[in-house]
Design a protein around this ligand. Structure first.
Ligand SMILES: O=C(O)[C@H]1O[C@H](OP(=O)(O)OP(=O)(O)OC[C@H]2O[C@@H](n3ccc(=O)[nH]c3=O)[C@H](O)[C@@H]2O)[C@H](O)[C@@H](O)[C@H]1O
Length: 440
């Protein structure tokens, strides 16, 4: 049957919004029903489309997370367990999670532990504060010695919980941090992120672990700030930080104290004094001076307001490593019960809380540092001497190490001349120089 053409006023009501009800006849009911069912089908279609889009999205999210996740899975867990396994003949081996393992101090400590047969698992986020290729090279060195380094952040609570679940670490050596005194002016948030939030995330994970590991972590000589009493002793005032970096390290000392007090975590904080050496940090003065001298570029040497030279208690990496290992070896067990829950982790008794200076005890001025480098490099520096900008620097540092000597047997043996000699040798070889000329 031929369909009647719709009259104009059936398509467009004469008065907008006012449909003439009396004209809704049987045929219209059919049309209405047909259009309702069409609408229903369309709605169904749209719902199905949305649902499939959402499930596709979640599939994409899950799979991309799975594909991009650098941790997890049975194979990964196997690698973690193998790396954490001590191999010491005396069966006294410890199992250490080293955060910041691809960093300067972290890589040296990890290697030293591994060499004496301890179990080591590294954690590092490989951030780009300085050239990540140097961090990757340190990681390769570690993996060639059987140390597995997980790529991840100390702010990742799930990763930390997983690591502490897979292995009963006896110790955590917490070296991951945002380092550098002057960079805090440029990027203050990175210090809060790593040195405060990251530290708390790590302590939360450790407090809930069963058994709880003992924690040794990197504080800094910078906590002494504007302290003028020399040499700096652990009991000196540390409430006058000169930089945000120093303030976050000081905050770390207070935060770790809280976790020690409430949860029974065994804590040892180490105040490192301007650590230098092979595989060092490119942002530090001795490293950047070396790079500039070799490239014929000028270096900027800061001096104090009254034209006085700045001085640092430069400490060689091997001495620092010995202090770190002695701290691990003398750390007592944590006394908390482990297990998560709403703050239900109670300590069974007071736990050890220690803070040590790890310095060299003989400060050297920055101009002297430069002249030692010139001698080792057999090249002259182009020096720009400028007044120290007010960006967080302190005029001098000088460690009193009596407490570390008494408790840890800590005794630094490398002076700045010998240490810089070793650094320069490493630098020339790592960056492909033959005495001042770069091999291309
Ligand atoms: O012990 C610490 O707790 C800290 O040590 C280190 O800080 P600092 O002692 O400041 O070392 P570093 O930058 O090498 O400057 C050395 C000297 O060179 C001067 N300096 C620096 C740069 C420059 O261009 N010119 C210059 O004269 C500068 O004024 C200073 O007098 C770590 O970086 C830090 O992370 C933290 O661990």
């Amino acid at each position: 049957m031929k369909m009647r053409m719709l009259e104009e006023d059936e398509l467009f009501p004469s008065t907008p919004g006012k449909v003439k009800i009396e004209r809704v006849n049987h045929r219209q009911f059919h049309r209405c029903f047909a259009s309702t069912s069409t609408m229903f089908l369309w709605a169904l279609f749209l719902v199905a489309l949305t649902a499939s889009y959402l499930s596709f999205q979640s599939f994409v999210d899950t799979s991309s997370r799975y594909l991009s996740a650098s941790w997890g899975g049975l194979h990964w867990e196997k690698q973690i367990r193998a790396s954490a396994q001590p191999h010491r003949a005396d069966a006294a081996g410890i199992s250490v999670l080293v955060t910041g393992a691809a960093g300067f101090v972290g890589s040296h400590v990890s290697l030293a532990l591994r060499r004496r047969g301890d179990g080591v698992v590294g954690l590092d986020n490989f951030n780009s504060y300085y050239d990540p290729s140097l961090k990757k090279a340190r990681k390769s060195l570690l993996s060639s010695h059987g140390v597995f380094v997980v790529e991840g952040d100390v702010n990742d609570d799930k990763l930390l919980a997983k690591l502490l679940e897979v292995v009963d670490f006896t110790h955590v050596m917490h070296l991951a941090a945002q380092a550098g005194v002057r960079y805090a002016i440029e990027n203050p948030a990175s210090y809060v992120h790593s040195n405060i939030a990251g530290l708390v995330t790590l302590l939360e994970a450790c407090k809930s672990a069963d058994p709880q590991p003992a924690i040794v972590w990197a504080s800094s000589s910078s906590v002494y700030g504007l302290n003028e009493k020399v040499p700096f002793s652990e009991s000196d005032r540390t409430d006058q930080p000169a930089s945000l970096y120093a303030a976050t390290k000081k905050a770390g000392e207070e935060i770790t104290h809280t976790y020690n007090h409430i949860y029974g975590l065994s804590i040892t904080g180490l105040r490192f004094f301007t650590v230098y050496g092979p595989w060092g940090r490119p942002d530090m003065a001795y490293f950047s001076f070396t790079r500039n001298i070799l490239q014929g570029k000028p270096i900027t040497v800061y001096r104090g307001k009254d034209h006085s030279d700045l001085a640092r208690d430069f400490t060689y990496i091997d001495d620092i490593v010995k202090g770190c290992l002695a701290s691990l070896d003398t750390a007592e067990k944590s006394t908390g019960g482990g297990g998560g829950g709403s703050g239900g982790v109670k300590k069974k008794g007071p736990a050890q809380y220690r803070i040590f200076n790890l310095g060299n005890t003989s400060p050297v001025t920055v101009p002297t540092l430069v002249s030692i480098l010139e001698r080792h490099l057999r090249m002259k520096a182009k020096k720009n001497v400028v007044e120290m900008p007010g960006n967080g620097d302190v005029p001098f540092t000088h460690a009193n190490i009596s407490y570390a000597r008494a408790e840890l047997g800590y005794k630094p043996t490398t002076n700045l001349d010998a240490g810089l000699g070793k650094f320069v040798k490493w630098y020339l070889s790592y960056y492909g120089y033959t005495r001042g000329r770069k091999n291309v």
